[in-house]
Design a protein around this ligand. Structure first.
Ligand SMILES: Cc1cc2nc3c(=O)[nH]c(=O)nc-3n(C[C@H](O)[C@H](O)[C@H](O)COP(=O)(O)OP(=O)(O)OC[C@H]3O[C@@H](n4cnc5c(N)ncnc54)[C@H](O)[C@@H]3O)c2cc1C
Length: 460
């Protein structure tokens, strides 16, 4: 019980690991190291003034709560989306952890109302309609915290941990993992000391993907490759999807394109929400969010194409960044284009955007041409999918539908892990989005619990 644990990163994976561990290890033995700021100091200029000033590290995705802190807080209670934990843990273990993850959220102030839509007769009709069009409607229970409640829940979790004596070092970036004879022994903080530890849990999220790559290489760990998900954020009048979003909140559709047989899907739908910029190192990409308390005129969602690379190419993250940088090069940031202009092969201009019935919610997006940015295999799949979606929900494929580019979802390099998420170095665990095994709040949180339990078993 006197073992020391260092958790690198204070996103949901790191926080849930800390919550679990502090139930049986004295809090003083647990240190969370986070390169960002405390939650009440995470003031993202983009959200306050509408202007990004490229903070380092980016307050949008770094600090207490990780990338999830400003998120819409949709807890997707499923193994079908948001990560690969089912593959690693097995169905039974995954299912047994579901109520436990929820309980931590409830205990810290999350609403308890679970939207379970599968029983709704309308949903059965929509599923059938999707099938007839060759698509799959994916449904599962969701809890929607909303941006404001997410912050409150995260603050409550911080309070629990500090009441238990857990140390949190903010503005501290881990630069190296220290090992001896294939055992982890501590970490080295950038421009700072080395800290010794019996266990290290790497929970650095997507913003720490480059760190994971470096550590995997330095420690000679085996790894597999993940796909890169590349596409656009789509914005339509909220009315277009309202009958479905009112019931489903998020309309998750999957499809394999005829053009390339690549998987195309809708992702992260925000009814009545707004499109936002996201900074990842030196790249600007697009994302979306919504508020629990206010409903804006548009609904946005991503359309993403998954691309898997084969030998010899092993760097999907670099590929995704390269495409996003191209959009940045042409526009200085994010390009916006009407779907009609994309189909007609000409750029959108400020005048054409003004004529659109959809007013862009991302004010500093630049009218341009996504034909000049996206690779053919992505673009054709996106067009095919949007045209099909228009048959599913008329209006989605309208001339005035806005497309923002580019949206990229990177999976980090995926080190080989056991079913307790331990790496090939003993007592070095890797969890969450940073380990390439999750892609959402719920599974990231669950991964934290898995590691907490694994360490507990060794300590007993
Ligand atoms: C705008 C936005 C909206 C989203 N909306 C949703 C949603 O509604 N539902 C959903 O399920 N998911 C959503 N997501 C995704 C979700 O936030 C992530 O999947 C989740 O936060 C991953 O958790 P994590 O703990 O693995 O990593 P993160 O949350 O990314 O946390 C990692 C932390 O580690 C820190 N860190 C990185 N490197 C180092 C280092 N070297 N040293 C010290 N600290 C380091 C980072 O600063 C960060 O705070 C959203 C993401 C974004 C950006």
């Amino acid at each position: 019980m006197n073992k020391r644990v260092i958790i690198v990163g204070a996103g949901p994976a790191g926080i849930f690991c800390g919550l679990r561990l502090s139930e049986f290890i004295p809090g003083e033995n647990i240190t969370i190291i986070e390169k960002g700021k405390p939650i009440d100091k995470r003031n993202c200029p983009l959200l306050i003034t509408g202007k990004c000033i490229n903070c380092e590290p980016c307050s949008m995705i770094s600090g207490w709560g990780g990338a999830g802190a400003y998120s819409d807080g949709k807890l997707n209670i499923t193994g079908d989306v948001g990560g690969f934990l089912v593959d690693l843990l097995g169905e039974e273990r995954f299912s047994s952890l579901v109520p436990e993850v929820l309980q931590y959220y409830f205990d810290h102030g999350s609403p308890r109302n679970l939207d379970n839509v599968s029983q709704d007769p309308q949903v059965a009709d929509w599923s059938k309609k999707a099938r007839l069009l060759g698509m799959k409607l994916v449904t599962f229970p969701i809890i929607h915290l909303g941006t404001d409640k997410t912050k409150e829940v995260l603050s409550n979790m911080y309070r629990t941990l500090s009441d238990r004596g857990v140390k949190v070092l903010f503005n501290s970036e881990v630069e190296a993992i220290i090992t001896e004879n294939n055992h982890v022994t501590g970490v080295k903080i950038k421009d700072g000391d080395s800290l010794e530890s019996d266990y290290v849990v790497v929970a650095v999220g997507r913003s720490g993907a480059d760190d994971v790559t470096r550590w995997v290489n330095q420690l000679h760990l085996s790894f597999g490759t993940n796909p890169v998900d590349l596409g656009v954020r789509v914005e339509v009048p909220a009315e277009v999807l309202l009958p479905m979003t009112d019931v489903l909140y998020e309309v998750k559709l999957e499809y394999y394109s005829h053009a390339f047989e690549d998987k195309v899907r809708t992702f992260c739908m925000n009814p009545g929400g707004e499109v936002v910029k996201e900074h990842l190192d030196d790249v600007i990409t697009v994302n979306g969010h919504s508020y629990k308390e206010k409903f804006l005129p548009n609904t946005n969602f991503a359309v993403l194409v998954s691309t898997y690379f084969t030998e010899p190419f092993k760097d999907p993250v670099a590929y995704g960044k390269h495409i996003a940088k191209l959009a940045n090069l042409l526009s200085g940031g994010i390009i916006v284009q009407r779907f009609g202009d994309l189909l007609n092969g000409h750029r959108s201009t400020p005048e054409r955007i003004k004529r659109s019935i959809v007013t862009p919610s991302l004010k500093d997006s630049v009218p341009g041409d996504l034909n000049a940015v996206l690779p053919r295999r992505d673009l054709e799949s996106i067009i095919e999918f949007l045209q099909l979606l228009d048959k599913f929900a008329p209006g989605v494929g309208s001339r005035d539908t806005l497309l923002y580019g580019v949206e990229v979802k990177f999976y980090s390099m995926r080190p080989e892990l056991t079913n307790t998420l331990e790496s090939e170095v003993q007592n070095l665990f890797m969890v969450g989005d940073g380990a390439g095994i999750t892609r959402g709040l719920f599974q990231a949180a669950m991964a934290g619990l898995v590691v907490g339990d694994a360490i507990k078993e060794r300590c007993l």
